[in-house]
Design a protein around this ligand. Structure first.
Ligand SMILES: [Mg+2]
Length: 384
């Protein structure tokens, strides 16, 4: 079944307040809808990504490079088409002799991801089955945790704030929270984690995310304290700075039993291999809107399974719920229970997500099973 053409729509919504994580601040919610039109009239479409600064460049690579490359190709050949994009010679022209090339590579990999993911929706619609059934079909609903625990910007007590948020997250139907750490002193963050555990109770899933904020010795001190205080943290996410991802994590793993979760920013499956093999990490939260799409994510997931590493997914529940449902060693799907942090999730897809008793139902329509609200698309489209 041949691809007729491919196009995309860039969206961006301003948020009502600023959100502060361990090492960054967020003020808007951008994304890209990519559409793969087949010759028989089927349209594969999905949104993905959360990147404003390079949004224009990603759109240009999709429409100017990959759309003509894939026109006339058989959409069913997912390995071949992925390699066609990955091996396509592409120079974005901003390489410097003394700078890393990760910036243009990141743009290219996000463009590959967008097209690959939309093609999976098209395949699901072509075969008449949901994507999670095409990929493995391990379960029909997935436990949900909420990303949150941002630092309060209104002068309120951080421990009171996290306790209140944990209650809101439970009220929203999530079984746990991923809370930010790493912006304040270790003692202040420990007090916030204690407050979260107290508010959540024994069974509440509590994970912490430092957004690559620490050196190994800080991370060791924090993790050892978490264990000594029996705070039962499910994972420690991205504890270490970007330049110490292999030996640093291996050192941390010798000092703590808390599972280490990394990988949300990786754009290469081979980098994931090295994190597992040499960095001793326990969970990969690889993001299929960055790493090359569902095709590459599934290959990494298979490798991780053989090496006793579990899979998580960074944000993007509209796709992640299918990946988490398709793999036996996958954990939770993530949303922002605070709707002001990700208003797009509640306005763009029609009737998604459906959450009951801590579990998100996997949409059972063909493809990703999601249709989009046309008014929201019009309202938030970034002008060309
Ligand atoms: Mg993270």
């Amino acid at each position: 079944m041949k691809i007729a053409h491919i196009d995309c729509i860039a969206l961006d919504m301003n948020l009502s307040r600023e959100f502060s994580g361990g090492t960054y601040k967020v003020t808007s919610r951008p994304t890209i809808i990519t559409r793969v039109h087949l010759e028989n009239g089927i349209v594969g479409e999905i949104y993905g990504g959360d990147e404003f600064h390079t949004q224009k460049e990603i759109v240009a690579v999709i429409e100017d490079e990959f759309a003509p490359l894939l026109a006339g190709q058989d959409v069913r050949d997912f390995q071949r088409l992925w390699e066609l994009m990955f091996r396509h010679p592409l120079d974005l022209g901003n390489r410097g002799l003394h700078q890393l090339d990760m910036h243009p590579r990141g743009i290219i990999m996000q463009a590959i991801s967008a097209v690959d993911n939309a093609m999976w929706d098209a395949r699901g619609k072509l075969y008449g089955v949901p994507v999670y059934k095409l990929l493995g079909g391990c379960r029909e609903s997935v436990p949900v945790i909420s990303i949150g625990g941002y630092y309060p910007d209104n002068g309120s007590d951080p421990c009171t704030a996290i306790a209140e948020e944990v209650n809101q997250v439970k009220d929203a139907g999530c079984i746990g929270i991923k809370m930010k750490v790493g912006r304040v002193s270790l003692e202040e963050d420990l007090a916030r984690v204690r407050a979260a555990r107290l508010a959540g109770g024994e069974d509440f899933v509590l994970t912490v995310d430092a957004n690559q904020g620490w050196d190994p010795l800080d991370a060791i001190e924090f993790c050892v304290a978490l264990e000594q205080q029996n705070l039962n943290v499910r994972w420690m996410e991205e504890p270490l700075k970007w330049y110490d991802q292999i030996d640093g994590h291996r050192l941390l793993a010798t000092k703590t039993n808390i599972p280490i979760n990394v990988g949300q920013g990786e754009i290469s499956g081979r980098a994931c291999r090295d994190l597992i093999k040499h960095g001793d990490i326990n969970i990969l939260n690889l993001d299929c809107t960055l790493c090359g799409g569902v095709t590459e994510w599934q290959k990494v997931a298979a490798m991780a399974g053989f090496m006793n590493v579990q899979m998580a997914h960074h944000e993007e529940p509209q796709i992640a719920v299918h990946l988490m449902a398709a793999n036996p060693h996958a954990l939770f799907v993530e949303i922002f229970a605070n709707r002001t942090r990700d208003p797009l999730l509640w306005q763009l897809p029609d009737g998604f997500p459906k959450i009951t008793d801590g579990y998100m139902a996997v949409p059972d329509e063909p493809g990703f099973g999601i249709s989009f609200n046309s008014e929201a698309i019009t309202k938030y489209t970034v002008p060309r």
